[in-house]
Design a protein around this ligand. Structure first.
Ligand code: PXP
Length: 238
């Protein structure tokens, strides 16, 4: 199981002042040096954090894998086809939301996804779909041609009652095993932090964990390098 670091909120901070610091690429390189195996960025329709130039800069300069999160907007699809990241993760996007609020309903957009997967595959780009940990969603993800699923852990992360948390962990485990049985790679992410990542890391068949907000937040306290190492050590000790 590897850690991918989402560096969107380095850009959020940079944009707050409109200057060049903190530097998004530098944050990615520090994360890689600390052991992250992939860098994730989400180019939103409103460009509130990552900008188009950041995506090119990351692709051209990082040495691990670039996972480019995107919703299915025509201009962003065109940019992905031009940048050629290693993976695109397709997410739903709402203009008013503070962050991605849930998984993509792959059933509702399956025809668009078939076309998108073909376009990405023609360029050698793998496609991951950010979905709820639900077997039907996994099954349709496979049928539209996705290579990978990323299971939404936000519901698990927001629950406080242990029995309900446990129920959600069971759903994540079952969706992981099912995706695995269909030959798909599995990632998980959203809302993970220093306290709740351990239980996800125990689900050994998950290949990748994607964490953003908590890593950037804890960097204020521990520094980015030490924070990335803390998360890797949680993953490796489970
Ligand atoms: N995975 C996906 C698909 C996301 O959209 C996000 C948030 O950008 C994350 C993971 C990371 O979530 P968080 O910032 O809560 O760690």
């Amino acid at each position: 199981m590897i850690l991918n670091v989402n560096i969107d909120h380095v850009a959020t901070l940079r944009n707050a002042r409109g200057t060049s610091e903190p530097d998004v690429l530098e944050a990615a390189l520090i994360s890689e040096a600390a052991g992250a195996k992939g860098i994730v960025c989400h180019l939103r329709e409103d460009r509130r954090h990552i900008k188009d130039a950041d995506v090119y800069n990351l692709k051209n300069n990082i040495s691990t894998l670039l996972n480019f999160e995107m919703a299915m907007y025509d201009d962003i699809i065109a940019l992905a086809l031009d940048v050629v990241p290693h993976v695109v993760t397709i997410v739903p996007e709402g203009r008013q939301e503070l962050t991605t609020e849930g998984g993509l309903d792959v059933i509702a957009v399956q025809h668009e996804l078939i076309t998108l997967c073909k376009k990405m595959h023609d360029k050698g780009i793998n496609v991951s779909l950010f979905i709820e940990p639900d077997k039907t969603q996994v099954e349709i993800a496979k049928s539209v041609g996705a290579d990978m699923v990323e299971l939404h852990t936000g519901t698990y992360a927001n629950l406080t009652e242990p029995s309900r948390q446990n129920g959600e962990l069971i759903r994540i485990n079952e969706a992981t095993l099912f995706a695995n049985s269909l030959g798909m790679r599995v990632a998980a992410g959203h809302g993970l932090n220093l306290d709740n990542t351990s239980a996800i890391a125990k689900i050994k068949k998950i290949d990748e964990i994607s964490i953003g907000h908590s890593i950037i937040s804890n960097s204020i306290k521990y520094g980015l390098e030490a924070t990335v190492k803390k998360f890797i050590s949680i993953i490796e000790s489970n």
